[in-house]
Design a protein around this ligand. Structure first.
Ligand code: G3H
Ligand code: 13P
Ligand code: ZN
Length: 311
């Protein structure tokens, strides 16, 4: 099966009350860990590439690694640009074989966001590629940009119909209190999401797929391992998994996860070097890193997203 767009996946996910995992990829071991887990669970999959990942690993390398994963797994895999910020970047990914792109115009005014998103949609749709837009702004770190808490803003449900109608986007990322990175809530703060906003969006856009960014749970096991083996991470708090399960049962069809992968990988590598300090064979530490990623992704597919067996 060749790479697929998100269209069919989202339709089935919406109707089935589950979500697809959208995992960020940067190298071969990450791609292998994720896709091996999805294969064993027969789960649909979105692999997403940020501008930073593309700069780090090179478009062609990532493209070919993902093509290899399609051959190895036989799964429906969608290759998606995460947080595209210009028409040119989106076009370059579309021309280079991606089957889905995000144009993140959330830092612009409502009108400019519509104009930019519409431009990307027109080009993408002419090539059979699906597009995710964003309304509302998440706190946290994306690439080199850090959005401060005071600059973050919840999605205004009153704007979603106009945005979707005028742009023609295929899915919409909204801000309901999730954020990028490992420090989503302050120590002692009770994690909360604005499910009332999600409900209102769902009412205004019946049947339309919604996307949740910044959805890592920051699994304590990995943070504890990192700190046990020499790391110095302060209290890190993510999105509780029961909230993600609830979102997946609602209109949320795509749940973005990157930080959890980073933590899983780092925990394994830190542990390896403390247990085997004289080791210098990269395979010896990248192998447990890949295994941790696989274990994490299986857990997400089975226990959080509900997409096991849905490929
Ligand atoms: O939302 C951002 C993702 O975690 C990607 O992060 O831009 O550092 O690759 P990155
Ligand atoms: P996390 O930092 O919570 O993993 O979010 C990832 C993300 O939203 C990628 O677009
Ligand atoms: Zn994101």
């Amino acid at each position: 099966m060749p790479l697929v767009t998100s269209r069919e996946m989202f339709k089935k996910a919406y109707e089935g009350g589950y979500a697809i995992g959208a995992f960020n990829v940067n190298n071969m071991e990450i791609i292998q860990g994720i896709t091996e887990a999805a294969k064993e669970e027969n789960a649909p999959l979105i692999l997403q590439v940020s501008a930073g990942a593309r700069k780090y690993a090179n478009h062609t390398y990532l493209m070919k690694l993902v093509e290899a994963a399609v051959i190895e797994t036989g799964l429906p895999i969608c290759l998606h640009l995460d947080h595209g910020d210009t028409f040119e970047l989106c076009k370059s990914c579309i021309d280079g074989g991606f089957t889905s792109v995000m144009i993140d115009g959330s830092h612009h005014s409502f009108e400019d966001n519509i104009a930019l998103t519409k431009q990307v949609v027109e080009y993408a749709h002419s090539k059979g590629v699906t597009v995710e837009g964003e309304l509302g702004r998440l706190e946290g770190v994306e690439d080199d940009v850090k959005v401060k808490a005071e600059d973050a803003s919840y999605t205004n449900p009153a704007q979603v119909e106009e945005f979707v109608t005028k742009t023609g986007v295929d899915s919409l990322a909204i801000a309901i209190g999730t954020s990028h990175g490992a420090y989503k809530f302050k120590p002692g703060q009770k994690p909360q999401l604005r499910f009332d906003i999600l409900e209102e969006v769902e009412k205004r856009l019946p049947g339309f797929p919604i996307v949740l960014h910044g959805a890592s749970s920051v699994i304590p096991e990995f943070v504890e391992t990192i700190n046990k083996y020499g790391g110095k991470m302060p209290d890190a708090i993510g999105i509780p998994e029961d909230m993600l399960r609830k979102a997946a049962s609602m209109a949320v069809c795509k749940i973005n996860i990157d930080s959890d992968l980073r933590l899983a990988m780092t925990a394994a590598i830190r542990e390896h070097f403390v247990e085997a300090p004289s080791d210098f064979d990269p395979r010896q530490y990248l192998k447990p890193a890949r295994e941790n990623i696989k274990r994490l992704v299986k857990h997400k597919i089975v226990d959080v997203l509900g997409c096991s067996g849905k490929a």
